[in-house]
Design a protein around this ligand. Structure first.
Ligand SMILES: Nc1ncnc2c1ncn2[C@@H]1O[C@H](COP(=O)(O)OP(=O)(O)OP(=O)(O)O)[C@@H](O)[C@H]1O
Ligand SMILES: [Mg+2]
Length: 233
């Protein structure tokens, strides 16, 4: 699915204070692209991801997925659309603490028409030995990997990631980035990834640089790097 944003603005009102988080943003994302969003704190990256993915509504402008204008959808229509087509990796994990690792990941598979194999994904994120452990028995990084596994196993058409490797050590972060790369290569999953790490940005087909609610620059990487080639610092 291709995504087209036209003049998308997002204004937050808190009492007297008005924040223009997005100012008439125009952007097209092609099917199968690996998009990285970079920019300073407060520049509108998460807001952009949230409105593109229908988690938040726009103040004005339109968002289209192929010929569907999702910015006009009702809450119910949006929920259905997200469930069927989109995947999310966030820093807050939203895991079910009364289920074990395997069952949390199965939940992702259960809502999908064409899920990937639960065991295979658990192995990929390095959790095959912890299937029966409960969430409260895991470290922060392990919990994040469970949440990543749950998003990936759904095999979504588009995967939105807000700082997916933020709280992971280098080795685990590389593993996760390799999985994103593999999904993008093998299943043509469209990736939209926010990061603060300019080295990770080299993995994108295109890098969207945000500043003060505007797209400041779009950089095309002719030769994108693989997760294994990225310098870490
Ligand atoms: N719910 C909200 N209500 C009011 N203002 C908000 C809200 N969410 C975000 N903002 C404001 O909108 C602007 C953009 O925020 P956003 O979260 O998109 O930044 P970001 O680029 O993701 O930053 P970071 O790198 O710190 O995550 C900021 O000035 C922020 O304070
Ligand atoms: Mg953010």
């Amino acid at each position: 699915m291709s995504i087209v944003l036209k003049n998308v603005s997002k204004i937050y009102h808190n009492g007297e204070i008005k924040t223009e988080a997005l100012r008439k943003v125009n952007l097209s994302i092609e099917d199968g692209e690996f998009i990285v969003i970079l920019g300073p704190s407060g520049s509108g990256k998460s807001t952009l991801l949230n409105v593109i993915s229908g988690l938040d509504n726009v103040s004005s402008g339109t968002i289209k997925y192929n010929d569907k204008v999702i910015s006009n959808y009702s809450v119910e229509e949006l929920t259905k659309f997200r469930r069927k087509n989109l995947g999310f990796i966030f820093q807050q994990y939203n895991l079910l603490t009364n289920l074990n690792v395997e069952d949390n990941v199965k939940m992702g598979a259960d809502i999908s028409d064409n899920p990937l194999d639960v065991n295979e994904i658990l192995t990929k994120v390095g959790l095959s030995g912890m299937k029966k452990k409960y969430i409260y028995q895991l470290s922060g990084g392990e919990q994040q990997r469970v949440s990543i596994a749950r998003s990936i196993v759904k095999n979504p058409k588009i995967l939105f990631c807000d700082e997916p490797t933020g709280s992971l050590d280098e080795m685990t972060a590389r593993q996760i980035l390799s999985i994103l790369e593999e999904l993008n290569d093998e299943y043509k999953t469209t990736m939209v990834v926010i990061t603060h790490n300019p080295n990770i940005a080299l993995m994108g087909d295109r890098v969207i640089k945000m500043n003060s609610g505007n797209i400041e620059e779009i950089i095309i990487n002719k030769k994108k790097k693989q997760a294994t080639e990225i310098n870490w610092s």
